[in-house]
Design a protein around this ligand. Structure first.
Ligand code: SF4
Length: 346
């Protein structure tokens, strides 16, 4: 959700050399991002652990001669590193008792809580008056969260699908039935399976299950309920390979999760089922996404596990998701570059 803000930094400073300091596991997300110049990896639990490790990182940062640090991260640690690295201008939210380390501390605009979380990150730039303070009221402003897949991940994904007998011109339906946040974000496995079964028949599609290592049991439970042939790769992909596989999908059916945001960033049509969370705050930033939810009084509760009967999820029917899937697929078809089978040369 910070991608629109980083893209905005590029727009504001078109000739700047932009470096992202990131944790190792998000490296793949940015490996093909044309709007940044360099990635620096912060191995907080490895090479950069402890005072000696931080000092090593600070020496690297100093050697780069940065003019400005924009802190998208709210931790004290981020501000301390920028200060210690002697970066002359340090901009970020005044949080975590770190205001004194920033040259330009930004106060959070309370309005930002009413809009998509992507505006929270953009709020740092608007706090500096680099962009309009109330960007979210501008009907012409479009949040740009789009990302590209590294060509090697794309090639690996295609090779893996081919290895499993999935042809390039076959529609591919992705299912992401997990959500690491907790059970309150998960639609029911048997309903995922019923939707997949229907789409596999009606679109002659192949089914692909994705998810993290922790979500393997959920993916297995879904796969066990699908009679059509399906490929379960949950727990077996790097983030880069997951991006490559998502890009190959004609459609993703998903819970509110990381893969949902990745599919949105990759312009892959999707249906996102929302329950305990709010699509206004964290919905997919995509023109080819459909959100389905059951508008119960207690939602959004933002709880990890439901204390009552999960009515926000049990009230979402298979038919609703199938209808939304058909709408998303139709939108995807109107944008041929996003549709599997027609995007092989990009
Ligand atoms: S309390 Fe309501 S919104 Fe929260 S998980 Fe339970 S049913 Fe869903």
């Amino acid at each position: 959700m910070s991608v629109p803000a980083i893209r905005e930094v590029r727009r504001l400073f078109p000739r700047a050399h932009i470096t992202l300091l990131i944790r190792p596991w998000v490296r793949d997300v940015y490996s093909a991002a044309e709007f940044i110049d360099e990635l620096l990896i912060y191995e907080k639990d490895g090479r950069h652990d402890g005072i000696a490790g931080r000092h090593r990182l600070v020496l690297t940062l100093r050697s780069k001669g940065f003019d400005l640090a924009i802190l998208l991260q709210n931790a004290f640690d981020a501000a301390a590193l920028a200060w210690w690295a002697r970066i002359p201008f340090r901009v970020g939210y005044r949080r975590d008792a770190r205001g004194f380390l920033l040259t330009h501390p930004v106060t959070i605009d309370p309005e930002v809580k009413r809009v998509h979380q992507a505006y929270y990150y953009l709020g740092i730039l608007s706090g500096m008056q680099w962009i309009g303070a109330h960007l979210w009221t501008d009907p012409d402003y479009r949040l740009r969260a789009d990302l590209a897949v590294h060509h090697s991940d794309r090639a690996k994904a295609r090779a893996l699908l081919a290895e499993h007998g999935i042809e390039e011109d076959e529609p591919l339906i992705g299912l992401n039935a997990g959500a690491s946040y907790g059970g309150a974000k998960r639609w029911l496995p048997d309903r995922f399976a019923q939707v997949a079964e229907h789409l596999a028949r009606s679109c002659r599609a192949r089914v692909l299950l994705v998810g993290s290592k922790m979500e393997e049991p959920i993916a297995r439970a879904v796969a066990a309920r699908i009679a059509a042939p399906c490929l379960n790769l949950a727990g077996q992909t790097t983030l880069g390979l997951l991006m490559g596989l998502l890009k190959e999908c004609s459609l993703l059916i998903t819970n509110d999760s990381g893969p949902m945001h990745l599919a949105a960033a990759l312009d892959v049509p999707q249906v996102a089922v929302f329950g305990s969370t709010s699509e206004i705050a964290t919905g997919p930033l995509s023109a080819v996404a459909e959100v389905v939810k059951n508008p119960v009084e207690c939602s959004p509760c933002f709880l990890r596990e439901c204390p009552i009967d999960l009515r926000c999820m049990t009230g979402v029917s298979v038919a609703q998701v199938i209808e939304a899937a058909e709408r998303a697929l139709a939108r995807g078809r109107r944008r041929p570059e996003t549709h599997r089978g027609r995007n092989r040369n990009d």
